[in-house]
Design a protein around this ligand. Sequence first.
Ligand SMILES: [Zn+2]
Length: 403
Amino acid sequence: MGSALKITRIWGIDIQVHWSFILILFYGAFIYSRDASNVLAGAVYGILVILLLFVCVALHEFGHAITAKYFGVNVPHITLLPIGGVAQLDRMPRRPLQEFLIAIAGPAVNFVLAILLLPVALLAVSLSMRAGAISTTIPGLMNEVQSMSLTGLLLYLAGMNVMLGIFNLLPAFPMDGGRILRALLALRLRYVQATRIAVLVGRGMAILFAIWGISGGGIFLLLIAFFVYVGGRGELEAVESRYILKDFSARQALNKDAHILYTSEPISRAVDYIMTTYQGDFPVYDLGHNLVGVLTRPRLVATLRTQGQEGRIVDVMIPRSQVPVTTANTTLADVWEKMMEAGSRVIIVQDQGQFLGLITLDDISELIQVMGAAKEREDTITGGSGGQAATSGTESQSIIDAN
Ligand SMILES: [Zn+2]
């Protein structure tokens, strides 16, 4: 989402538009000007239709965002893309009921809009009919929807809102309907189990979208199929990982014989360790044996690239104040979440103010790999059920919508 342009800020949420959105405006201009007697008027009308359609998409996203905010979730921005909108939530609430309400709020907005637009559209139709401006047959009405007129616009928007509402309710996790499905399953099943089923159903839907797209539904359906497939896999991985990590404490992941560096040592010392041991990240002490910073492998590599091995550890380390901190009894699931939030590959573990060691992302992914295999076997044997309060995925969540 790197190249998005902020257009405004409403209720503390940035509304931004992805650069590729311009393509859909061109598309609208093209479609409506193609057969128009006045090409310019057709193009302007086409752009107006697309803009109004995306106002509806933005309102749908606000449905999610406001519900999420009600449950105390921060929503930094809403992004509009050609295939729909994305409301960025800092996290997805751990309670299934909250996820259910956040997910359903988006389509609900579309149905409300349709209910508001439809009477106005029908009034416009009946006025036009009375004036003899449109024929009273079904094909006549279909023609009217595609024509450049207020009646046509209202009919189109009312219809599109119904379609948006229904389409997003399809159980294609991580789309709204898929989230609703997961939330309902999570009332009875373990969260990880509910996610597995929702993702599996979502993959089936993605395949159907792809077939639909190839057999004439268009490129957007193919993009949505891709989005659903990749997004579902990402969230499942996060939920599975958290499920494994919640059974371990930070203390259990500490490396007891980690090498340490001193501020006054040359950078070449760290290079030596990396070449001769499996360790890539180091706590850095001052001469009074106090922890003052951390040297990570990426930081060391970047330094070697710019200044070689000249200089001392103190010049290249990350100061302690910039490294996240956790306590020894925190679960690894929460430790991992904290690292993600801070965007840090290491975290300091301490007990009553005393430094115990570092945990790195490498440590965590190793543990996920090894214990994941063991847990899978255990789950197969015990059958694993028993409902419990759900935990959330670790990465920040997006409500992805399609239109
Ligand atoms: Zn939605």
